[in-house]
Design a protein around this ligand. Structure first.
Ligand code: ATP
Ligand code: MG
Length: 319
């Protein structure tokens, strides 16, 4: 009988972390509880300094947790790091592949070091390099690659591996739009292989396109968690109405939150108000479009409110 597959790729419970050099009242993570199901992409989003990388480093067993617990594939990062490491792979936020090898060697050796059979490692190296359009650079020294190509090489290494849980911390930062989409395809392929990806990104279109669940972290705390639909249902104003032609702002304000945009106003509103406003604007001959809020709108609303409540705009405050 096949061994039972743990249902959760990552389970954090009341996870906290204060860096030794930080103030105790400025934890990098605070009471974070979340569960990452297997076989999907789980998106981590949040401002600079919110705590995403700290979470990834703890889950990837590179950093000890402070308080609370964290399990990866049912195993405790505190006591079973060795077992976890065999089954995960990570693209850290700031990292580059070894300089003195060529791109093909670096991918192949990474797979070999993980214990993959040489024939399989060759095949997967070739496929990953094709997938990320690196084949033309296969004999080029990593030291001579551009920054984006180095990043792509690192993605190829990790995506070619047979790790069950992949941590990708801003894998597409610095990648051109075509390479970015190639990484997306590789991510989707990885998911079809029933593996799990924890993805950190500041590209909210990317987070929305790939993630089946998302966590929005702000100042080390979990602000929102769930499917994109869950997140949309949790915001005050789930609809956006773009009113193009001149329309006095005072008339828009009763419907929701109004922001000025190029050539008109954007109104965030509840569904009934959004519909009424759209109807009224159309009757007046204004150009109008209406739709559900996107992830960026949700991010701005939730994080914007947190900044207002706290009174400071910086997540990272010097001690
Ligand atoms: N090695 C460290 N020593 C001390 N403080 C740290 C260290 N690494 C991160 N921090 C602090 O912990 C907090 C969370 O940082 P973290 O890198 O996890 O944020 P992030 O969400 O990944 O941000 P970004 O989007 O900029 O990558 C920040 O306040 C940061 O200054
Ligand atoms: Mg980070």
């Amino acid at each position: 009988m096949a061994a039972a597959v743990p249902e959760l790729a990552v389970a954090a419970s009341h996870l906290g972390k204060v860096y030794p050099t930080s103030r105790a009242d400025r934890p990098a993570l605070r009471d974070l509880t979340l569960e990452v199901p297997t076989g999907r992409v789980y998106g981590l989003i949040g401002r600079n300094g919110a705590g995403k990388t700290t979470f990834v480093r703890i889950a990837a067993t590179q950093l000890a947790p402070g308080s609370g617990t964290l399990h990866v594939l049912g195993r405790d990062v505190r006591t079973e790091a060795k077992e976890i490491r065999r089954r995960i792979a990570c693209v850290p936020q700031e990292s580059r592949p070894l300089y003195f090898l060529n791109t093909e060697e670096v991918v192949y050796l990474y797979l070999k070091m993980r214990g993959m059979d040489p024939v399989e490692a060759r095949r997967r190296t070739r496929e990953a390099m094709e997938e990320l359009s690196l084949t033309d650079y296969r004999k080029r020294l990593v030291a001579r690659l551009s920054g984006g190509l180095r990043r792509r090489t690192l993605c190829a290494m990790v995506l070619a591996s047979d790790a069950e849980v992949l941590f990708l911390d801003e894998p597409t930062t610095g990648l051109d739009p075509i390479a970015r989409r190639e990484v997306w395809e590789a991510v989707r392929r990885t998911i079809r292989e029933h593996r799990t990806i924890v993805l950190t990104t500041h590209y909210l279109d990317e987070a929305e396109a790939l993630s089946s669940r998302l966590a929005l972290i702000e100042r080390g705390e979990l602000k929102l968690e769930g499917t994109p639909e869950d997140l949309r249902a949790r915001v005050r104003y789930p609809y956006r109405v773009l009113v193009r032609d001149p329309f006095p702002r005072e008339e828009l304000e009763p419907y929701g939150r109004v922001t000025v945009v190029e050539g008109g106003h954007l109104v965030f509103a509840r569904e009934a108000d959004a519909r009424e406003l759209a109807r009224k604007a159309l009757e007046r001959g204004a150009r109008v479009s209406m739709g559900p809020v996107d992830l960026e709108d949700i991010f701005l609303e939730v994080v914007g409110r947190s900044i207002e409540e706290d009174g400071t705009s910086e997540t990272e405050v010097e001690a």
